[in-house]
Design a protein around this ligand. Structure first.
Ligand SMILES: C[S@@+](CC[C@H](N)C(=O)[O-])C[C@H]1O[C@@H](n2cnc3c(N)ncnc32)[C@H](O)[C@@H]1O
Length: 285
């Protein structure tokens, strides 16, 4: 009887376009539901070196889906080997700009002074040119599989964020930004200072390693910024990221977006808490 019920549930879930990861013990690695397409795309994306996992890619997808349709491009600071950039392009199908100097040697670079050994190890000893080539190759494979045109939608700006801010096309404004470059107070403050010029109202801001005690400057730069809770409002903390909204239409709108983002998460699989400012914390159980 129980088995029959299980089969019916699995069949229904499959019909909805999801799969159940079977054979995972309940506990830390329990059954997790992800859309089948996301799982397939992640299989390709994870061939790139980097840090993004499927939960984070799923978060990107949920954030993009919660945003009202608009065709502004999206931006990433800190591309590394392109995992999150490719994932963002893949789930959004929007023009996706990635800013990174593509350091040949991570050592002796002030911008990555706390992470140099870690990053150098993760590159798998590839040169900058090889890393760039691999990104475009991945996009080509995804395009072939999904009949998309990501290869032409992704633009790499091979420079530091400061140079990008100074020399970029000022006409272009973004609807989502993923901040994962220099993990310092100064760099995060500098990019937040630019939000008025960079972002359209109701943009989503995703900051990686938020409240990670290895990089305390990231949260400090956000919380101490004069625009915090004036034009920048917290939405959600989870999956090693802080998510904020720039200039939401209203507090009601902000709550609507929070609810939309939460909708795909199952309360039986995730621990979800509301903070006093109505932002949300979420983690896998
Ligand atoms: C943690 S990695 C990014 C990881 C990447 N998002 C992923 O999916 O794997 C940080 C990246 O930020 C870049 N970076 C460091 N300082 C920067 C700066 N000032 N401007 C732009 N990128 C920077 C580094 O070159 C490095 O590739």
């Amino acid at each position: 009887m129980l088995n029959l019920l299980k089969q019916i549930i699995y069949k229904t879930i499959k019909k909805l376009g999801y799969t159940v990861e079977k054979n995972k013990p309940v506990g830390k690695n329990f059954d997790i539901l992800y859309p089948q397409k996301l799982q397939n795309d992640f299989e390709e994306i994870k061939k790139l070196n980097g840090f993004l996992n499927i939960e984070e890619m799923n978060l990107f997808a949920n954030l993009i889906n919660a945003q009202p349709q608009n065709n502004n491009p999206i931006l990433e600071i800190g591309v590394f080997c392109g995992r999150s950039l490719t994932a963002m392009a893949c789930v959004s199908n929007l023009k996706t700009v990635g800013v990174d100097p593509f350091f040949e040697d991570f050592n002796n670079k002030y911008a990555v002074k706390d992470e140099a050994i870690y990053l150098a190890r993760k590159t798998g000893q590839t040169t900058a040119q090889e890393r760039i080539k691999k990104i475009y190759n991945s996009l080509k494979i995804l395009d072939k599989k999904n009949k998309t045109n990501l290869k032409n939608l992704v633009k790499l700006e091979i420079k530091l964020q400061d140079e990008f801010i100074k020399n970029r096309n000022k006409e272009e404004k973004y609807q989502l930004i993923h901040i994962d470059g220099e993990h310092s107070y100064g760099a995060v403050k500098d990019i937040i200072d630019e939000f008025d010029n960079l972002l359209v109202p109701s943009s989503i801001i995703i900051i990686d390693d938020f409240l990670n005690y290895s990089h305390p400057g990231i949260a400090e730069a956000t919380y101490s910024h004069p625009n915090y809770k004036k034009t920048i409002f917290p939405i959600l903390y989870g999956f090693n990221k802080g998510v904020f909204m720039f200039k939401p239409k209203s507090q009601e709108y902000l709550n609507e977006i929070r609810n939309k983002i939460l909708a795909p998460y199952s309360r039986s699989l995730h621990q979800i808490n509301k903070l006093s400012d109505k932002s949300i914390t979420i983690r896998l159980l």
